[in-house]
Design a protein. Structure first.
Length: 255
């Protein structure tokens, strides 16, 4: 019996042509695909010999328990299968890769990682902006809007970094996070939102921090979405020819 292993594969933001060449090769070698809910389901066409199992995980929705996913990976790999755990975006960015690597290593299962494009990069590309910009910031901070216990990150400390804030899973808490950031940043700080970044369903909006919560609600934005806050977002507004002060004028374009 051949030796099994697990590959944590980054499916990128959605478009199959954004997959890496390595990802395409690994998919062709897969025996079992465990496919994340946010990954493009058409990715299975690149793994014609694989058994495909959906293991959806979406915030606020019924999800496959993490412990069950880890047991499946270990069980199939120990039977000699090459298990490919397909994750949306980059596997190492808010994808529970750390938990899965720990479980696999404890079980003695070899694990490798294939990197990809995280949704914050796809969102920035859609807006036509750089996440870093020498005129506006010293870097970028990737942050999830809530921890495992439901608590919020230290928004005051994050605001003080002077970096572009790329906020994952923040739409449901946009009112609270905006209010907290406004205690430390100007209301006219550029902000943006991108829904379904990197897909045919992509929607984009540029506004200000002071209007961010009202505008995403008025425009009907829904998850999955990335929120971007910081001076560099103003470059997107300049490129679109808009920095709106009212919801009716906010850019919200379908790709």
């Amino acid at each position: 019996m051949k030796n099994g292993k697990v590959t944590l594969l980054s499916a990128g933001p959605g478009a199959l042509d954004l997959l890496t060449l390595r990802a395409a090769r690994v998919l062709g070698e897969a025996d079992v695909l465990l496919v994340d809910d946010l990954a493009n389901p058409e990715i299975a066409t690149l793994a014609p010999q694989a058994r495909v199992i959906a293991v959806g995980k979406r915030g606020g929705c019924r999800s496959t328990p993490q412990a069950f996913i880890e047991r499946m990976m270990c069980r199939f790999a120990k039977r000699g299968a090459h298990v490919v755990r397909v994750k949306g975006g980059d596997a190492l960015m808010f994808g529970r890769a750390g938990e899965e690597m720990t479980a696999l290593r404890r079980a003695g299962v070899p694990v490798e990682i294939v990197n990809g494009i995280s949704s914050a990069f796809a969102a920035a590309a859609g807006l036509g902006m750089s996440l870093t910009h020498r005129d506006h910031c010293a870097g970028v901070t990737f942050v999830t809007a809530h921890r495992q216990d439901g608590s919020a990150p230290n928004w005051a400390a994050l605001a003080a970094t002077g970096t572009t804030l790329a906020i994952y899973m923040g739409l449901h808490r946009v009112e609270a996070l905006s209010a907290t950031l406004l205690a430390h940043l100007d209301a006219d700080t550029p902000a943006g939102a991108v829904q379904w970044a990197g897909t045919q369903q992509e929607r984009r909006m540029v506004t200000t921090l002071g209007r961010l919560a009202a505008d995403v609600r008025a425009q009907g934005f829904a998850s999955p979405a990335i929120l971007l806050v910081g001076g560099a977002v103003g470059e997107a507004a300049a490129g679109m020819g808009v920095m709106s002060e009212c919801a009716e004028e906010v850019v919200a374009r379908a790709a």
